[in-house]
Design a binder for this molecule. Structure first.
Ligand code: ADP
Ligand code: ADP
Length: 237
């Protein structure tokens, strides 16, 4: 589903965010990326979705190169990838429903969505997504009236409405309390299992990684220092 071939990302100031990474992710995996601050976790996710260009190597999504894709081809690949961020990335002053509908934008021509017109099928998909993360009763609330955990569930619903095949979550629970953290991680795990969505989650906590992931990848200074099933991820490494 995702393949990184010899991927290096060097920032303009010379910092190597990633150094010759090789990685293959199969459909339906739930992977936790762990490592200290600055290890390259965000750089890895941003590279996969091509939020920035890599310096060397190639990244394939479902067999297609996102590294060389342009225009429509790039948009089509990106449509399959949903991003979830630490800061939720919602439009705060509009409704939850509109935030979830934003996941449909890539499925339509631009002029239509600029006017905010979505077909009924999109509205249905948005409600179905909200229902899946148990927040349908908040559909008409303003996004910034919700708690952090609820906002993150809206962000998950947006990715579901997008019908993404891949979820990349960058420290999705970093600002949440332990109970809310568990709820958001439970949602991500349930969606991964029910819909077979390939999921990569950046986490600070190795304990959370052990509880939820099937495979753990450890990064350090832009390099993979551990890659294996949870059962092999001990503190003694
Ligand atoms: P985290 O450890 O939570 O990922 P960072 O401090 O590494 O946070 O990065 C926070 C933001 O600052 C990111 O958008 C990252 O791209 C940017 N950033 C990190 N280091 C640098 C740097 N040396 N120069 C410019 N931007 C940076
Ligand atoms: P993590 O997500 O694991 O905290 P990052 O991927 O944010 O790590 O950062 C990896 C390395 O790249 C760090 O040394 C960071 O300072 C550096 N870095 C990140 N973003 C930038 C940037 N925009 N410019 C320069 N250096 C950056």
């Amino acid at each position: 589903m995702i393949e990184l071939r010899n991927v290096t990302k060097t920032y303009p100031n010379g910092t190597k965010g990633l150094n010759q990474i090789n990685l293959t992710v199969e459909k339906g995996e739930f992977i936790a990326i762990v490592g200290l601050s600055g290890a390259g976790k965000s750089t890895l996710l941003r590279s996969i979705n091509r939020l920035h260009d890599i310096t060397d190597g190639e990244i394939l999504i479902d067999g297609k190169s996102i590294t060389t894709a342009k225009g429509k081809e790039l948009r089509m690949i990106r449509r399959d990838i949903g991003m979830i961020f630490q800061g939720f990335n919602l439009v705060k002053r509009t409704t939850v429903l509109r935030n979830v509908l934003a996941g449909r934008v890539g499925h339509h021509s631009v002029p239509r969505t600029l006017l905010g017109l979505f077909p009924k099928e999109d509205i249905d998909l948005a409600f179905e997504a909200l229902d899946r993360v148990n927040i349908v009763q908040k559909a008409y609330a303003r996004a910034d009236e919700l708690s952090g955990g609820q906002q993150q569930r809206v962000a998950i619903a947006r990715v579901l409405a997008q019908k993404a095949k891949i979820i990349l979550a960058d420290e999705p629970v970093a600002s949440l309390d332990p109970l809310t953290t568990r709820q958001v991680m439970d949602d991500l795990k349930r969606i991964n299992m029910e819909l077979d969505i390939t999921t990569i989650v950046n986490l600070h906590s190795i304990d959370l990684a052990r509880q939820y992931a099937t495979r753990i990848i450890g990064l350090q200074a832009g390099e993979v220092v551990f890659d294996g099933p949870v059962s092999e991820a001990t503190d003694e490494r």
